[in-house]
Design a protein around this ligand. Structure first.
Ligand SMILES: [Zn+2]
Length: 299
């Protein structure tokens, strides 16, 4: 008998036998994950670090209540910056990790121009995971996020990155690149919203993995399911179920994207894009969005 080739999740160390089940976020790095939860959990300290860093920079520059922050969650600015940034920098650290700094300028009606800033990973030439985002009009703060080497022609650069990925046989990934891109874009968006809304006293991000086993239970027997179309016309399904653990009640929420499959299969699929536990009734109420569907929806 031959020994099987295996991979394991960088976060939870679970062994993965099937290369098609690996989730990758960084180009040319071995970090791979078994689930979305593990991606979030693994990066949680970094996400939190970048939030704290922004806070102290803003405190230093007296920008904590800057009016431009009202646009921090503006979806259109986020999407346009992800899709076609005005300026890009690549900051590579000693471990070979590549952080991409995106900046784009926008001018809201009747207001001064502002700059949208994103820090993300790139995979197969496209942003794969957003680590940080903000908006500002401060030249000083903008400068703080222009770090590393400037990539002058980003479109060309993206093409080169794609060729590398194909040579490394990443075309074995099970989903269409556009679909992966869409899922990553939605995930980043919903994660940013969650980070913005959640209370500091809620279940910490680094503990989300401990709640992973509640996901299948939530999808199979939800208390409530909501459905709505987002601004892009994508169908979003939100599954919610309450549980009790160690005498404490909490909600488990799964935000899923409805994906139409190709002609080979006649079934459509729900892809969980953000799944998390919460103790916060107000946050839970925020996710009761759209039309309530009765009973559970089986796929
Ligand atoms: Zn894992």
């Amino acid at each position: 008998m031959r020994r099987k080739k295996i991979f394991y999740c960088t976060n939870c160390k679970k062994i993965i036998y099937d290369i098609e089940k690996l989730l990758l976020v960084e180009q040319g790095r071995c970090n791979c994950f078994c689930s979305e939860n593990c991606i979030v959990e693994f990066h949680a300290p970094l996400l939190e670090y970048m939030e704290r860093e922004e806070h102290s920079l803003r405190a230093e520059m007296n920008l904590l209540d800057e009016p431009a922050l009202a646009y921090k969650n503006e979806e259109e600015f986020f999407k346009q910056t992800m899709g076609k940034p005005d300026k890009v920098w690549l900051d590579k650290n000693e471990l070979g990790e590549e952080f991409y700094y995106f900046q784009s300028q926008f001018t809201p009606d009747g207001e001064a121009p502002l700059t949208k800033i994103l820090v993300c990973y790139l995979f197969n030439g496209a942003p794969s995971f957003v680590l940080f985002q903000t908006c500002t009009r401060s030249k000083e703060l903008i400068k703080e996020y222009q770090t590393g080497e400037r990539i002058k022609n980003f479109l060309e650069y993206q093409k080169d990155q794609k060729i590398v990925a194909e040579n490394e046989n990443f075309e074995e990934l099970p989903m269409e690149p556009q679909l992966i891109e869409l899922i990553e874009q939605k995930r980043s968006h919903f994660l940013a919203l969650l980070l913005e809304k959640r209370l500091p006293t809620d279940i910490p991000l680094e503990s989300f993995g401990l709640y992973e086993s509640y996901l299948p239970k939530t999808l199979e027997g939800p208390d409530e399911v909501y459905q709505y179309k987002d601004d892009d016309g994508e169908e979003i399904y939100t599954y919610i179920r309450s549980f009790e653990k160690d005498g404490i009640s909490f909600f488990y929420l799964a935000v899923c994207l409805h994906v139409s499959t190709d002609m080979e299969k006649d079934e459509d699929v729900l892809v969980p894009i953000l799944t998390f536990p919460s103790l916060d009734g107000e946050l839970y109420a925020d996710y009761k969005k759209g039309e309530q569907l009765t009973g559970s929806l089986k796929n």
